[in-house]
Design a protein around this ligand. Structure first.
Ligand code: SF4
Length: 379
């Protein structure tokens, strides 16, 4: 198996959202200049010679479009210098509504970006303010229009649910408004209260209350139902698309394929190992500038871990895991490797086997962690 993808992390944001625990820092022009220098060194370490042909490239963050025009062009150029963009099937940039002015859209298009993932979250200005987002609903309209006019029509938007004070009706309005854009791809995640976030402090003090679990489950079901009714099919726990618009990059992760993880805090999966980069900005910048190898930790991945991960990741997809592909990849039958796990999960109506695929039932999706545990192998 060859390396098929690259994830490139740009850790700058114009404002820090109250729930966010990603690797991100307030945008600062000088720090971003230094970061780009370091990033180029790291990319160059992986690809010192001829341009590499990859199936997908995903530039995420942070907010990759939070940098200024010349920095954005520098970033696009360094990617173009190291990867064969013409051969890249899917080249995604994450963006925040409001960041994408005409010039930035032009640059993205000119350098071959062909997919945009927009962090919309919710169609309600008051709620956006409450969760610490900097953009407003009108920015979504302006940015989507601008992208479509430039020919960048492969757009995905992210929506959040189970936000403090949110009701099922409120989320339904967000889904309905999101669907009016008739986009090829939607992702949706429930709010998780993560340590070291503003929301976590409030949660500890008791000043932040999430909607009850039953409401959260109802929001998820509503999302699945409404999107399906509009021809947008669920293909992963949190991802939905029109046919043919599934995120090829994210499928790399769920298919347990190799990818570079480049940039501060980025995770990669290379033959035989997982890599985790230094996360603090000064540490990353210093090390990557010095030697182009800002790796904090490398974790060997043996056959046992690979086979476990094949199931944990693959079962996130609606189509699940192909037993034939499992055999081709590991030269072992999944039924021999995992013993009683598959029949017992089938018997409990958590897993289905059909046409050589095993996949989660609705109940299995709800009890995902319980299912995944069954695929842990003894040493
Ligand atoms: S824009 Fe995205 S990365 Fe930046 S703080 Fe908000 S959620 Fe985090």
């Amino acid at each position: 198996m060859t390396i098929s993808s690259a994830y490139i992390h740009i850790p700058f944001c114009q404002q820090i959202c109250h729930y966010c625990d990603f690797t991100k820092f307030f945008y600062n022009e000088r720090l971003a200049d230094e970061y780009l220098e370091a990033l180029e060194n790291e990319i160059h370490t992986y690809i010192p010679g001829e341009k590499e042909k990859l199936k997908t490239i995903f530039v995420g963050g942070g907010t990759p479009t939070a940098v200024n025009h010349s920095q954005l062009e520098r970033l696009l150029k360094m990617i173009d210098d190291h990867f064969d963009i013409a051969a890249t099937e899917e080249y995604t940039f994450e963006a925040n509504p409001g960041d994408l002015d005409v010039e930035k859209v032009r640059l993205l298009k000119e350098y071959g970006v062909n997919r945009i993932s927009l962090g919309v979250q919710v169609f309600d200005d008051e709620m956006l303010e409450k969760i610490g987002r900097v953009h407003r609903v009108k920015d979504v309209y302006t940015n989507v229009d601008r992208l479509i006019q430039a020919g960048l029509t492969n757009i995905s938007i992210d929506l959040m649910y189970a936000l403090p004070g949110q009701t099922v009706d409120h989320f339904e309005k967000t889904i309905d408004e999101a669907l009016t854009f008739d986009l090829p791809h939607y992702s949706s995640y429930s709010l998780q209260i993560e340590p070291k976030t503003i929301f976590y402090q409030r949660y500890k003090k008791g000043t932040l209350v999430k909607p009850p679990e039953e409401d959260e489950a109802e929001m998820y079901e509503l999302l699945q139902r409404k999107l399906a009714a509009n021809g947008v099919q669920q293909y992963e726990i949190s991802n939905f698309s029109k046919p043919g618009f599934e995120s090829k990059h994210n499928l790399t992760y769920w298919n347990n394929e190799y990818y570079y993880g480049i940039g501060a805090g980025a995770h990669g999966y290379l033959p035989g190992k997982r890599t985790i980069n230094l996360r603090p900005l000064p540490a990353y910048t210093k090390k990557a500038t010095a030697d182009g190898m800002p790796i904090l930790h490398e974790e060997p991945v043996g056959l046992k871990e690979q086979m476990e991960e094949e199931m944990f990741l693959g079962l996130r997809k609606a189509e699940g895991v192909s037993l034939e592909k499992f055999f081709e990849k590991y030269h072992k039958e999944a039924s021999d490797v995992f013993g009683e796990a598959i029949p017992s999960l089938k018997q409990r109506n958590l897993l289905v086997e059909n046409n050589g695929q095993i996949y989660l039932t609705d109940r299995g999706r709800l009890l995902g962690n319980e299912v995944f545990q069954k695929f842990l192998l003894d040493d």
